[in-house]
Write a protein that binds this ligand. Sequence first.
Ligand SMILES: [Zn+2]
Ligand SMILES: [Zn+2]
Length: 726
Amino acid sequence: MGQRRLKEVKKDDVKKRPDVRKKTGNAVLDATKTRKGEVIHAKKRMTEDVKVRTSQHIIDIPVNKSIYNGYEGQQYSPAIDKHKKRNNQPRLRVIPIGGCGEMGIGKNMTALEYDNEIIVIDMGFIFPGEADYPGINYIVPDISYLEENRQKIKAVIFTHAHLDHIGAFRHLIAKIPAPVYATRFTIGMLKKNFDESHDNYEPKYIEMNPENHDRQQLSDNFSIEMVRVNHSIPDSASLIIRTPVGTIYHAGDWRIEKEPVDARAFDFARISEVQQKEGFILMLNESTNVESEGRHGGQQGHGEYDIKASFGQIMDKFPNSRIIVSSFSSQVYRIQTMIDEASAHGRKVAFAGFSLLQNVEVALKAGILKIPKNTIMKMDEIIKQPDSKVCIICTGSQGEFNAVLSRMASGAHKYIKIKNSDIIVFSSNPIPGNETSVTRVVDGLMREGSDVLQNRKTAQYGVGPLHLSGHAYFEEHVELISLVNPKYYMPIHGEFHMLANNAELAEKSAGVKKENIFICDTGDVLEIYLDGTAKKAGRILVGGVMYDDSGEVVSEVVLKDRIHMSTEGIFVVIVTVQRGTGRLLSSPDIISRGFIYLRDSEELMNNVRQYLRQKVATSYKGGRKDIEKLKNELRDDVTQILYDQTQRTPIVIPVINEIGAPMKAPANAPQPQRQPVRPRQTIRRPATTAPEESAMANMRKPITNPGAISFKRKPIGPSAGGLWSK
Ligand SMILES: [Zn+2]
Ligand SMILES: [Zn+2]
């Protein structure tokens, strides 16, 4: 960072290279032109690249020189703490365990600690994106700190049921068992989430009703009250948390709607009342849309009803078409407005998609979704209806590969084959990172001839907005922060740029003092003392734990290998030798995947084989060889040969099969090492069989006379799979 870089990297001048490499005696290796150092550099570069891509969830000490960082813009280091005067008063510690200043928005989780008590707010996860994290489904917060302090944990509170707030529940709650506090719908969703857990643990749920302003004493030092907010999922709440140092307002996820679909208004009155009676020492506020100007629904602030009106317009304009609407499956209010509008236009509604059906079930149980009689039909029934009577609500608005919309676009859906009279509505915006998948699905649907209406792309159809974000815009933030009027302010729930803009908004537009605003990265600790002072106080260990789609943890090493393989490929060399003598029993086999196509690279393969023959012969000269050492040498040398020829560094895995009991060679027998191994004849194969496949076939061949040894599978690392040796 900050170093000067040459505009163009100077190429290594071959003529100027001093050839200081020691001759190895191996003809192939000695013929390579690349210096060993160059290969080591190339490998290092690769390792670094992989590390950067896989370490986005590993949080060490993040760079944070913001003027709001709590250290007057100075970068934090553990040394800073030593110089600070220690404050020995009792303190409240506010610790973001996830969701602050990380890539993407997700894994939201905050802990509040006072004396011997900790309460935890939310347990979210994050979808990391397939490009950077191949095969990783989601990442949950690393809760080592909380596990170490397990006995202190008194309560886990959930603000609402979005996955970035409850997604990690099933993985974490049994590790830090404590009573769970949430609203009715959120508890329904938590129970669904926990159904997929393998733990025997039975969470204890305590339902709270924000409308009642009921207060729950969580422990000696903490009590909470839930306050109604508007958001894009039902039954969302913010929290008033009373602590010995003062009252805290945790805003949850929110937006302001003048006319919420469920008629449960944002409870400004209660916030104002508590503000006047008690005042707020600290406000924790989400940062998602602080960078977007204005407010929801413009100055009228209609919100969801604008979208309901747009659905009506579509049904009026296309009375004879089937209407297929896709949205986020947790958007229960959106689903409600669609059902109402369909019913008003004499259409029947069918749901398609697993998560959608699950959420509808929870919403019905919680009494949140109200369905008019004779409106809902099953998929196999609705397709028998005339097009003018059909409305289908489905999943897949983010272009998810396996979701309903994607299957319709590819013609793979069991019931719905798209026709050119169909109208498909995306009642959503692509989440950043999903744009290409969404476009792929939209193109697929339009290729089938249907019309696709996307939010903000409806110019030619003349309909209103089709989606509304669940998160407040700039002016709404100014309004709420001004109302809460906290002494201290901490932006949460956002990437670093969002946190920074949120901090600036609080200072410049909502009147919070600059020195009282703290941008915390995940792991930073903010301490508030009994005398009302506050300061940043070091860090705790945080990070992420990766899970695949079967719900199993994926280790760092596995991910690194996946990424390395996905960019450079894998190259396996297999030599089968007689135990003791080292005589090659067959021509060395080579398997390559994702590196180069072996059929087109016969010369290189022959070189590698020749190298292996010579290497094995010289290595076994004089008796038994240290297999591990030989394997390392094979790995380095083959990497060198491949890099010399291709400038690429695939993962090289050497496999040595030793077969047969050690034999004493008869004194008069020729030394096996010097016996040239007959090169395997090149057999012309049908064009469909690639040489690497034949190598695989060879591997699978049963060994007819294995002698007195058994083959044991020996792992060489967490991911490298099995290795046949000894
Ligand atoms: Zn959220
Ligand atoms: Zn949310």
